[in-house]
Design a binder for this molecule. Sequence first.
Ligand code: HPA
Ligand code: ZN
Length: 337
Amino acid sequence: MSSLTALIERLPKAELHLHIEGSFEPELMFAIAERNQIEIPFKTVDDIRKAYEFENLQDFLDIYYVGMNVLQTEQDFFDLTHAYLTRAHADNVRHVEIFFDPQGHTDRGVAFSTAIDGITRALKQGKAEWGISHELIMCFLRHLSEEAAFETLEMAKPHLDKICGVGLDSSENGFPPSKFERVFAASRDLGLKLVAHAGEEGAPEYVYEALDLLKVDRIDHGNRALEDDALVKRLVDEQMTLTVCPLSNLKLGGVSSLTDHPLKRMLGLGLRAMVNSDDPAYFGGYVNQNYIETATAVGLTSVEIIQLAKNSFLGSFLPEADIARHIADIDAVSETV
Ligand code: HPA
Ligand code: ZN
């Protein structure tokens, strides 16, 4: 094992950009489909994996929404989330802020409470079993209407004790952040944190809109901000966290090779970038795999890898004292390098 791999494995990390439905491994999908007597358009786990060839974000989303159809019961959402936390624990992840897509479930007749109760039960168990702290972020699907987002926010109101923030995901181009300005303002009034996918496929203008109109606390992805020097300067000045997902960018065509990935450039510019797995069951790796493959491809130094791990906590919604404790743990590991 290389020394960088060993360092990555030993570093405490937070994951801030993870769609729980995107951690649905084919084996579990088959097991739950059978349990719920639901037909899926694949015969074997291998068939499923072969279908995971994507040209772009929409290609992926088309199959991602089919996959989540088998999730029906509270136990299904528990099993999904518990499986993710098991993997996260193996990667020495100490804190997670995960996304879920309520509209992907309520639109097919699964109650909001079924999804959130199963996810939350597993998050609590992850805390009890492994000490992994957690927050849950509910995303609005941006290809659906503003009205549908407001209906989802209404459904969330009895569950606000379980939700720390709202996000914005799904197809980006043609669905600008501006469409959701009012529902983000209403979410902010409820005391919720705000994040949004922007600049994954969309132009830098979408990142500006996320900052200026949605008033987000973090940008999810943000890669295309690099096309605009003034925007980069602003993101650096504001120390805005970018939740970067290298293997996702590779699988969805954001970069043609991991050697072209902008992560090292982002750090060099002073951006607060950190590393995540996004939809690991679909993109070929959990968080350590993202660190290891990218570090190898772009030549990250141990100092840069340590900075990424620190950024993962600095960008989190944890209280300052908890962030300081995790950073001290990272310093303890880095002293041995
Ligand atoms: N981008 C946008 N929407 C998503 C993604 C993503 O990578 N994963 C799940 N929903
Ligand atoms: Zn994402």
